[in-house]
Write a protein of this length. Structure first.
Length: 99
């Protein structure tokens, strides 16, 4: 009922936009995180990006609980219970330790 209204279709334009931003931030993190070992000076850009990525990845976790998925049979699953079970069985542990 209530939770069903919040479910995001995995092929929706808003989900595609979120995934596109996610790709950009993964690429940014791939470069920025190793550079932290060199104790580079803080800039306004690096500080904004630190907070932006932290906020984005924090919001990505609840978003994953609400995003439908394509099952092994090719069917789109939009039932909240199935989404939660699949997320716990796949990405949740990694997300929990990284975020």
């Amino acid at each position: 009922a209530f939770w069903q209204q919040l479910v995001i279709h995995p092929y929706s334009p808003s989900r595609a936009a979120w995934d596109f931003v996610s790709l950009g931030l993964v690429l940014y993190d791939t470069v920025a995180l190793p550079l932290q070992f060199f104790d580079l000076p803080e800039t306004a850009f690096s500080e904004v990006m630190t907070w932006l990525t932290r906020l984005f990845w924090t919001l990505d976790v609840p978003g994953a609980f609400l995003t439908g998925f394509v099952d092994n049979s090719g069917n789109i699953q939009l039932q909240p219970g199935k989404i939660v079970r699949r997320y716990f069985a796949t990405w949740f542990t990694l997300d929990f330790f990284l975020v």
